[in-house]
Design a protein around this ligand. Structure first.
Ligand SMILES: Nc1ncnc2c1ncn2[C@@H]1O[C@H](COP(=O)(O)OP(=O)(O)O)[C@@H](O)[C@H]1O
Ligand SMILES: [Mg+2]
Length: 407
């Protein structure tokens, strides 16, 4: 039988005892590769240097004791079998060592016990090792299972919320269809009556002002209804190559920018092309940019940053308004949610629906989600807007919206 190589750390000051131990091991078919230490420093060094199949330790040494050695071994998380081999101690010392965690205790005057004890401890160490490996495998498998369950749960949740959304949309669609029918007719009658009334009045009657208000508000009510019915009548987008540069021009021309509000959109020699339903995208950008301009108020900046990725395009709309308070962030995409006196609360809801139908995403992002390059562009745009006065290092950014459109 080939000798079994055994790496053994002998903690023993007595050379003869160490040699006796090695001889016994060789006689029993082992091929010991050993290091002998008898000081704390040498012990630590040996434990750091390699992994030992077995540690055999004397009880009394001039420099330190078996108990000290055991504590060091334990503190260094070494799991090798630790056998105490000693002559001159009594029962209670042996018990103390075992209680402290030694694997076995053999008296030097009963050496016949040594090899069987070593065999048993090596086999138990192997079992411990195998058990640990099995536990690690199990843990890995459990983690994998947990991931799988998590993945499936998220999928289910997505399907469920998609169902809920469709259901809500269908319900809302019915409601809107009924209400719009009931309301559009009277609105039409009011508008006609206002028109007829205006023809009956003198040209310089101040009532014309009031009639204009009636007409304007009737138009606003009609717009809300047509927006609502358009959004609830899920129209699939007619995706086509869309030139964003010209679209942005049209939108900005349609929004009345106050004198001191600057709009920034960096153009390249080649126009930025998107794969989207032009009219629907126009509605989305127009809603979000209008919100941004309204948020900025009298003075400030609105930016549109675009970038193209492998499978999608990203549009970020950033303004220097007051931002969106944390507590309403979860509400702003809900239909009819508004914080404005004259708001309808439909803009973001419609926009999200449209982007959703493009299989894209629309969300509010944090400033920390902006890249360094984007921050740099924003800083530059804002500082030139202030006639070259470089801004202080803190950027006064308000809301940031991100649209991702897959190609
Ligand atoms: N750029 C923005 N800055 C701050 N708040 C915003 C911004 N955009 C949207 N909001 C918030 O989201 C709400 C919903 O917006 P929206 O759906 O367009 O409806 P509306 O503009 O009619 O209020 C707004 O009332 C406002 O509170
Ligand atoms: Mg709006």
């Amino acid at each position: 039988m080939a000798d079994k190589t055994l790496s053994i750390l002998i903690i023993e000051d007595n050379e003869d005892d160490a040699q006796l131990l090695l001889r016994l091991l060789r006689q029993s078919g082992y091929d010991p590769v050993y290091t002998q230490v008898w000081t704390e420093a040498a012990l630590r060094e040996a434990l750091n240097r390699s992994v030992w199949d077995l540690i055999v330790c004397d009880f009394y040494m001039p420099q330190f004791s078996g108990i000290d050695a055991l504590k060091i071994v334990q503190s260094m998380q070494v799991d090798s079998p630790f056998i105490v081999l000693s002559g001159v101690v009594g029962e209670e010392k042996a018990v103390e060592m075992m209680l402290a965690g030694a694997h076995d205790y053999v008296m030097k005057d009963n050496m016949s016990r040594l090899i069987p004890a070593i065999r048993r401890e090596l086999s138990e160490a192997q079992s411990r090792h195998d058990k640990k490996r099995a536990e690690q495998e199990l843990e890995k498998y459990r983690n994998h299972l947990e991931d799988l369950v998590h993945e499936r749960t998220t999928e289910l949740q997505n399907v469920q919320s998609e169902l809920l959304r469709k259901e809500r949309m269908a319900l809302l669609g019915q409601l809107v269809a009924t209400v719009s029918h009931e309301i559009c007719n009277p609105l039409g009658v009011i508008r006609n009556a206002a028109f007829l009334l205006s023809r009956k009045l003198d040209d310089n009657s101040e009532c014309h002002e009031y009639l204009k208000i009636i007409e304007r508000e009737v138009d606003a009510a009609n717009r809300i209804i047509s927006n609502l019915s358009e959004t609830t009548r899920a129209k699939p987008p007619n995706r086509q190559h869309t030139n964003l540069d010209t679209l942005v021009d049209e939108i900005i021309n349609g929004i009345k920018l106050p004198e001191s509000v600057r709009f920034h959109y960096q153009r390249n020699p080649r126009p930025f092309m998107l794969n989207a339903d032009r009219m629907q995208l126009k509605q989305v950008l127009s809603n979000i940019l209008t919100n941004a301009v309204q948020a900025v108020g009298e003075k400030g900046h609105v930016l549109l940053l675009v970038s193209s990725q492998h499978k999608s395009d990203t549009l970020k709309i950033i303004d220097t308004g007051p931002g969106i308070p944390e507590n309403i962030r979860k509400n702003i995409f809900e239909p009819l949610f508004t914080t404005k006196a004259k708001g309808t609360g439909l803009g973001l809801w419609i926009s999200k629906e449209i982007v959703y139908r493009h299989k894209g995403s629309l969300k509010v992002i944090n400033h920390s989600d902006l890249t360094q390059k984007e921050l740099q562009i924003i800083r530059q745009a804002i500082s030139t807007g202030d006639n070259g006065n470089a801004l202080s290092s803190s950027l006064e950014i308000g809301a940031c919206f991100e649209i991702i459109l897959p190609h």
